[in-house]
Design a protein around this ligand. Structure first.
Ligand code: UP6
Length: 248
């Protein structure tokens, strides 16, 4: 069974943000999302500047930034996203009833709805819980990369029904193959490490494109912990793009 190319996926895609990430992938010849798991605004902005040219999206956990300030953190980050043509993906992994998620998405100090092109969300609270994410494309968590994750086959099959029918959802995070009409985002990717001591498990870019037909890889420590961050981003970009071409 053949995978679909980004061009073919673009033709099938209805969501504006889904289209956008595919267009950026084609334009930059990159399917790399860098996970900016750093804890200060300075580190976040420096990281975004270094990896910006090589990525389709920068993934944040905005609530780990110790000195968050909308003007000092988000405004310059948005400028960098425009300058280097990448999307902002907040990895919030929402997992509550719709009303609470709406409050978390629009309000609080982070006001995620104001700046995130993409957000991640569990679908554990059901179809309607996803209705509130009006301004962003949603990436649903189908399965997780860590050892012993509870996302078994039955859960995934039920979650996939929501993924395939909810108009706000553009794709999913998973460690397994999904139907070709769903965009697949795969974290747990590292070229030189097999895992950590907290349950994380890694595969290579080659593996996830060949075996899962993934569309986008998400790389954290492989890049932000590297001695030369920019060089590492470039390496992951090239390895992942070549793995994609090989999987066609
Ligand atoms: N992430 C996973 N696995 C999942 C879902 N999300 O690792 O199933 C996220 C983590 C982290 C990044 O929250 O931000 O992807 C992976 O980082 P790493 O490459 O440093 O392990």
């Amino acid at each position: 069974e053949k995978r679909l190319s980004y061009e073919q996926k673009l033709e099938n895609c209805e969501h504006s943000v889904g289209k956008k990430i595919l267009e950026i992938a084609i334009a930059k010849q990159s399917n790399l999302i860098a996970s900016a798991d750093v804890t200060t605004t300075k580190e976040l902005l420096e990281f975004a500047e270094q990896v910006g040219p090589h990525i389709v999206a920068l993934k944040t956990h905005i609530d780990i930034i110790s000195d968050f300030d909308s003007d000092k953190t988000i405004l310059p980050l948005k400028d960098l996203a425009t300058k280097h043509n990448f999307l902002l993906m907040e990895d919030r992994k929402f997992g509550d009833i719709g009303n609470t998620q709406e409050l978390q998405y629009r309000g609080g100090m982070y006001k995620i709805s104001h700046w995130a092109d993409l957000v991640t969300s569990h679908v554990i609270a059901g179809y309607q819980s996803i209705d509130c994410f009006m301004n962003s494309g949603v990436i649903a968590i189908l399965s997780m990369s860590s050892k012993g994750a509870l996302t078994d086959q039955n859960y995934r099959a039920e979650a996939l029904k929501i993924v395939e029918t909810h108009p706000n959802i553009i794709g999913c995070v998973a460690q397994n193959k999904v139907p070709a009409n769903v965009l697949l985002f795969t974290p747990g990717v590292n070229i030189s490490s097999k895992g950590d001591d907290k349950g994380q498990q890694y595969n290579t870019p080659e593996h996830v494109f060949k075996n899962l037909h993934t569309d986008f890889v998400i790389v954290g420590r492989g890049i932000y912990k590297a001695e030369n961050v920019e060089k590492s981003a470039k390496l992951y970009k090239l390895e992942s793009w070549n793995a994609y071409l090989k999987s066609l």
